[in-house]
Design a protein around this ligand. Structure first.
Ligand SMILES: [Zn+2]
Length: 459
């Protein structure tokens, strides 16, 4: 101070001598002030303080008269990152209720995070949905200012709700409080929403500061499982269940068969083929029968390939007069109530034989198609398996088909037997009605020829 006072006095004397009009500032000079036009003015910036003659940018200086680079607290400069907590330099997060804590300050840190993996499934299929969840909390050791992010324990709670699935949300098998869960899909197609609610326990905190917590909010994770049909199965829909007749083996001009004296043959012994599928409809396997193909055959001996001593005639004029009476007898069916035709010992009529066999075909197709159609309708409405996850026969379309296979075969066999009964009533064994009807139409061709004889013969 003495040195400064002397310097000031010298300055004053010099300035007074050089510029006698300038006013002098009255001593003593306050620290951090300068003289200007005879008054002391603040020589630091606005907001600065004067610390032992030095301008301090921060608002305090310590007890030793040194500017604090951070905050000062009760005459002490606090280290970076600390605040003044009720007169004590303290890590900002450790100043709790205006008291600096020396334990561990906890907070929940990062929210519970992760993901779940929800599996798609076939009907009634068991799947395991998994999760990967973590929770890292935040701990500050106030005494050392070190930080860490310890992981917390997770509690799991799986739940499920119906999305679009009409069969419900399925069934959990085993515990639902683990990181993964086993689930059985419902017996219908559609979606199911699988949800995991993850929460922290939370674990214990060592020497926690007041107000510490590591309790996170629970978090929901959600996924959608699409339940679909088993491999090889499909939805029910329009299909053609009508009977289609084929006759690829017809032969109206056989050179050998049938052997005489038979001249025509109708054959219905072929197995009827069909496609049987079990299709999905409203949580049920329904029977669809399609591509039904029934086969029959007509075989007639060619009039040009007859054995010796056999003759086919189409009119009376085809008969030589010396055999007119014989031919008349040979072509005449004298009793239409029985199941026998004309003798046909030598003379026969090709056209009449064809008409006879066509009548058999007409009748058979009428009766068998009628029985087949009603059997198919019955089977399609009756052979249904409501899908039940507890019944293996119902879970796949293939299993349902196996289950009903025998029933379907039996109904097709029954349709054949019943059609045969309509062709030829088994209760009247003395009469073959099928032949009686065929000979009746054959008569329409044979009889006019026979009736025209002997007059119409050719001499
Ligand atoms: Zn016949």
């Amino acid at each position: 101070m003495k040195t400064k006072s002397l310097a000031f006095t010298l300055t004053c004397l010099l300035s007074c001598l050089a510029v006698p009009v300038l006013a002098c500032c009255p001593p003593p000079q306050p620290p951090c002030y300068r003289c200007e036009d005879g008054v002391w003015v603040w020589n630091c910036s606005s907001g600065q303080i004067c610390c032992n003659g030095t301008c301090c940018s921060n608002t305090c200086c310590n007890n030793s008269g040194t500017c604090c680079s951070n905050v000062c607290c009760n005459g002490v400069c606090c280290a970076a990152g600390k605040i003044c907590c009720n007169g004590t330099c303290c890590k900002s997060t450790c100043c709790i209720s205006n008291t600096c804590c020396n334990g561990n300050c906890w907070d929940a840190g990062n929210a519970i995070s992760g993901s779940i993996s929800v599996q798609n499934a076939k009907l009634c299929e068991q799947k395991t949905h998994t999760s990967s969840i973590s929770d890292n909390d935040h701990r500050i050791v106030c005494s050392s200012s070190s930080e860490s992010f310890p992981s917390d324990s997770i509690v799991y709670s799986w739940s499920k709700t119906v999305g679009t699935n009409p069969g419900g949300s399925g069934t959990f098998i085993g515990p639902t409080n683990q990181a993964s869960v086993t689930w059985q899909a419902p017996p219908c197609t559609g979606t199911v929403i699988i949800k995991l609610t993850a929460d922290d326990v939370p674990d214990s905190m060592d020497d926690p500061c007041p107000g510490s917590t590591r309790n996170d909010a629970p978090k929901d994770f959600q996924g959608t499982s699409a339940v679909s049909l088993p491999a090889g199965c499909s939805n029910a829909g329009p299909h053609d269940s009508s009977v289609h007749w084929i006759n690829p083996d017809d032969d109206y001009s056989s050179s050998t068969a049938p052997s005489l004296p038979r001249v025509g043959l109708f054959n219905n012994i072929y197995a009827t083929t069909k496609d049987v599928d079990f299709k999905y409809q409203n949580c049920t396997w329904v029977c669809e029968i399609s591509n039904v193909i029934a086969k029959d055959r007509i075989l007639v001996r060619s009039p040009f390939s007859l054995l010796p001593d056999h003759v086919s005639v189409e009119s009376a004029s085809d008969v030589p007069c010396d055999e007119a009476e014989f031919a008349k007898f040979d072509l005449d069916d004298t009793d239409l109530t029985d199941d026998e035709g004309p003798p046909y010992c030598k003379y026969w009529c090709y056209t009449a034989a064809v008409v006879h066999e066509e009548k058999h075909r007409f009748d058979w197709r009428l009766f068998y198609e009628q029985k087949l159609t009603s059997a198919i309708a019955y089977l399609e409405s009756s052979c249904q398996s409501s899908i039940d996850c507890g019944n293996p026969d119902t879970i796949t379309c293939q299993a349902a088909e196996s289950y009903w296979q025998l029933t379907i075969q039996q109904w097709f066999a029954l349709a054949f037997t019943e059609a045969q009964g309509l062709m030829d009533n088994p209760d009247t064994t003395e009469l073959n009605e099928a032949e009686q009807r065929a000979y009746e139409v054959q008569y329409e061709i044979d009889h006019p020829i026979s009736a025209a004889l002997p007059e119409g013969c050719t001499p």
